[in-house]
Design a protein around this ligand. Structure first.
Ligand code: IMP
Length: 430
């Protein structure tokens, strides 16, 4: 049985958790492949809202096994908190239901302190990171000095490594005036305590997943962040430090390309971005407030992890086509269409104007991108409340036209659309 991959096509927060939850109904395993607790996935089931940062969204389905893959960076404190929160809410989170790769890397207070120090040192050029220690943890991984989760199985070795690591981080922090020293003994003790709680979850996840596929099980790879935050393919340097794209799923889970069946790109019906960096179709004023919401509802455009208001803009088809290319998408899921209800017309960015010429590719160079002006096509809006629609035919013709237009310009089918946060509000278009 195959691997299906879910990725974000924009700057994250496209509703991947919502789509993963829906697709998880029909798979055996859901596996996270990149990022860490910088991600925030919101899943609404009836009145219950689950905000997950590390544990795959599939966990709320009792038949699903969840895997945190080798490509993820794990803050053990956050993972234990999330496990305990789910337990309190009656979700079975026993080790057979959750597997943690022994090759995943650990985030320590040293990484978090470095993230804060580096951001403050960047001043006006700050990336706007989530300050969860993500960049410094991946930096240590690529510098081959990181701490892998497998160490949690050997408390003595873990203690030695954590002690040396925190000492090294204190030396690095010395370069940043005003940063406080970390307490090596306390942190080492803390990590030894984490080891007894997390050891039962450890697995060699590549072998586990490959065997599952050989045994006929289906795996859904759940992406975090989005294509434009990819370390290689995003708006560098305003990106995260991992590969949230389809290639990252294979590396981050230890699976080969021949296992892949579908690559599903999740696109929000408009655009958002949290943190610094370019956003060509960004809006301000009334239309931005309208797209963002007030923050009262869990699905309003405020960061799940940091609570920061997201920057918002119209749908950008250049960005979408770029995601089709980078990820080899087979199809799209279009989310949050209901948020557009009541807007008389819907501008959609169809190309950029650069030095008086029309271009339809996404520039790699941010100074070039900064000179690009969006060219909009205005589509007719709709006034109807569409949150009650349960089939494509329930949608007003202008909504269906919007969907068809996006699919045609993206060059791939839109197989799912969502008209609200509930499971029942995801509509199949096939
Ligand atoms: P980091 O991943 O915390 O290092 O942050 C790097 C950039 O990625 C910042 O602009 C963050 O706001 C952004 N980012 C990281 N994770 C997410 C996410 O899950 N959704 C949206 N933006 C994110």
């Amino acid at each position: 049985m195959p691997l299906d991959i879910i990725v974000g096509t924009q700057w994250g927060d496209e509703g991947k958790g919502h789509i993963t939850d829906w697709l998880a109904g029909e798979v055996d395993i859901v596996a996270r492949f990149s990022g860490g607790d910088n991600a925030g996935h919101t899943v609404a089931i009836g009145e219950e809202i689950y905000k997950l940062h590390l544990i795959p969204s599939g966990i709320v389905h009792s038949h699903v096994t969840c895997v945190i893959g080798n490509g993820v960076v794990i803050n053990p404190e956050v993972l234990i908190r999330e496990i305990n929160d789910l337990k309190t809410r009656g979700v079975d989170i026993s080790p057979p239901r959750l597997r943690v790769s022994d090759r995943a890397h650990l985030i320590t207070p040293g990484h978090i302190a470095m993230d804060a120090a580096q951001e403050s040192h960047r001043g006006k050029a700050s990336i706007g990171t989530t300050q969860r220690g993500i960049g410094p943890a991946y930096t240590d991984k690529t510098a081959r000095s990181g701490l892998r989760a497998g160490l949690l199985a050997d408390p003595a070795e873990l203690a030695n490594k954590v002690t040396a690591h925190i000492k090294a981080k204190n030396q690095e922090l010395d370069r940043f005036p005003g940063s406080t020293k970390l307490n090596t003994n306390d942190i080492t003790k803390q990590f030894v305590e984490y080891s007894s709680q997390l050891k039962p979850y450890l697995v060699e996840s590549s072998t586990f997943l490959n065997q599952a596929i050989l045994d006929g099980k289906s795996v859904l790879a759940e992406g975090a962040q989005g294509t434009q935050l990819d370390l290689d393919h995003g708006t560098y340097p305003f990106v995260t430090s991992s590969w949230p794209t389809a290639g990252g799923a294979l590396i981050g889970l230890g699976l080969g390309p021949k296992t892949v069946r579908r690559v599903i790109g999740v696109a929000k019906a408009f655009t958002s971005r949290v943190g610094s960096g370019p956003l060509p179709s960004e809006q301000s004023g009334e239309s931005a407030t309208r797209l963002r919401g007030t923050g009262e509802m869990p699905w309003d455009e405020f960061g799940t992890t940091t609570g920061r208001p997201r920057r918002v803009g119209w749908l950008d088809l250049i960005v979408l086509r770029y995601a089709v290319q980078i990820n080899g998408l087979t199809e799209l899921a279009l989310t949050k269409l209901d948020i557009l209800s009541g807007l008389p017309e819907l501008p959609v960015c169809v190309a950029y104007e650069l030095d008086g010429k029309r271009i339809d590719t996404f520039p790699a160079d941010l100074t070039v991108l900064a000179k690009c002006r969006p060219i909009y096509r205005k589509l007719a809006g709709w006034s109807e409340d569409i949150t009650g629609a349960r089939a494509i035919d329930d949608l007003p013709s202008n909504v269906r036209h919007y969907i068809d237009f996006v699919a045609e310009k993206a060059g791939i089918p839109i197989n799912l659309v969502s008209v609200g946060p509930g499971r029942e509000q995801i509509i199949t278009c096939e």
